[in-house]
Design a protein around this ligand. Structure first.
Ligand SMILES: C[S@@+](CC[C@H](N)C(=O)[O-])C[C@H]1O[C@@H](n2cnc3c(N)ncnc32)[C@H](O)[C@@H]1O
Length: 306
């Protein structure tokens, strides 16, 4: 029976496309680097049955508890250290590594986790216990300049300076409700969306060191893949997507000698073939069913046989 979507842990985004991209690598080991509610893993198990073995990774102990219920190998940690995490539970090179970045609906919808500007909760926002800061530490102790910088960079918030000044003038904060009220008062009215949305996103990215983790995790995943293996990455933010795009382009570029050299001196050969010349985005039908999908961008690449 279909689950009531209000009680879903997380609905997987671009799941058909993920299955299609991973299918040619089967049979083999798939690392679900962002297990969340296990939506993608469930689809892969449903499609490939005993031809797929899954290693589930997540920072969040709640997510990992669900992976264990599903009976797949599960390892808690930051995918920025994915090579060590996977080798602690599997000794074969993966056929595919899937990243579905960001937070799960379950995390956002659990007020005590402090991700939501809509529900009051403690200013936490850590995806897991390994996160370097809590949101309260950042909001209550960082300088106005540092706050403005992250709100602009990670939130793409045009009112970053104004919001940072209001935060500094009104701190300390203890709850998400207090913070979102001050932000709403600081920005001009009648903007699209909730006035605190971009700032909350920015603080969450800083709390969890998300962009650095994407950079490290992607590089290790590519190194780890077996020849012909694939890496699939779904981003929800232009900074994440830029990291993926640039890492894939670097992997596919091969020789990096300056143009005009008569023979190659760097000796580098391409390690990747990019499978998505244009990124894949969800259909209008998927977005209509699942609002979370609206900003999703999928890129995939294949490791070139040595
Ligand atoms: C968008 S959800 C994944 C949803 C999942 N694909 C599904 O279909 O249910 C992202 C998950 O990745 C986890 N996550 C985000 N950044 C992480 C990181 N650096 N290391 C490990 N897990 C991370 C979050 O805790 C969250 O559970």
């Amino acid at each position: 029976m279909a689950q009531d979507p209000r009680h879903e842990y997380h609905r997987p985004v671009l799941a058909d496309e993920v299955v299609e991209l991973i299918a040619p690598t089967m049979p083999g080991l798939v690392v679900d680097a962002t297990f969340g509610g296990g939506g993608h893993t469930r689809r892969l198990l449903g499609e490939f049955g005993d031809r797929v073995r899954i290693v589930a990774v997540d920072r969040d102990p709640d997510a990992l508890a669900r992976a264990r219920e599903l009976g797949v190998a599960a390892v808690q940690g930051n995918f920025g250290d994915i090579a060590g995490l996977v080798s602690s539970v599997a000794d074969e090179a993966p056929a595919a590594v899937l990243f579905d970045f960001g937070v799960s609906s379950h995390q956002v919808d659990t007020p005590e986790r402090g991700f939501s500007y809509r529900h009051d909760g403690p200013l936490d926002m850590r995806m897991g216990p390994d996160a370097p800061h809590t949101a309260a530490e950042i909001v209550n102790t960082w300088s106005e300049q540092d706050l403005a910088r992250i709100i602009r960079r990670y939130g793409e918030e045009p009112q970053a300076a104004r919001i940072a000044a209001a935060i500094v003038a009104n701190r300390p904060f203890e709850t998400t409700g207090q913070l979102s009220t001050v932000i709403a008062q600081a920005v001009p009215p009648r903007r699209a969306g909730h006035p605190a949305r971009r700032t909350f996103q920015a603080i969450r990215i800083a709390v969890n060191g998300e962009i650095e983790a994407v950079e490290r995790g992607l590089g290790q995943a590519i190194d780890m893949l077996r020849p012909g293996g694939r890496v699939v990455a779904i981003s929800y933010h232009s900074l994440e997507d830029r990291v993926v795009k640039q890492r894939f382009a670097r992997g596919a570029s091969g020789c990096v000698c300056p143009p005009g050299l008569p023979v190659c001196a760097c000796g580098r050969t391409a390690e990747l073939r990019v499978l998505t010349r244009k990124p894949i985005r969800p259909s209008a039908a998927e977005v209509a069913e699942n609002r979370r999908a609206r900003s999703a961008v999928l890129r995939a690449a294949e490791k070139v046989a040595a």
